[in-house]
Design a protein around this ligand. Sequence first.
Ligand code: SF4
Length: 105
Amino acid sequence: MPSHNRRIFMLQLTAGSAALVAGRAALAQGAPMVNESDQQAVALGYAADSNKVDPKKYPRHVAGQTCAGCQLFTGKAGDVSGPCGIFPGKAVSAKGWCSAWVKKA
Ligand code: SF4
């Protein structure tokens, strides 16, 4: 497994555990938004608008992929933002995207 994929897998594993521990309610209300310039956001290529993801830098990105459709997004359907297990204590834009995106089951 390439190191980038291994890193994302570990982040997802950690994120899933963190989300279970923290609980959705604690994260949902009043959480500050993830800033694209935050260190972890930069590392994962987070963009608040999925349409602005650089396709050369992130060839895995496919049009239509958004945080709202990601397994790690725990906001409610229709929410403009919500918690993401990758960014504990913060909210991501429902229209956003990062390289850890996983299709919601
Ligand atoms: S795509 Fe969005 S919801 Fe999914 S892991 Fe990245 S920031 Fe979180």
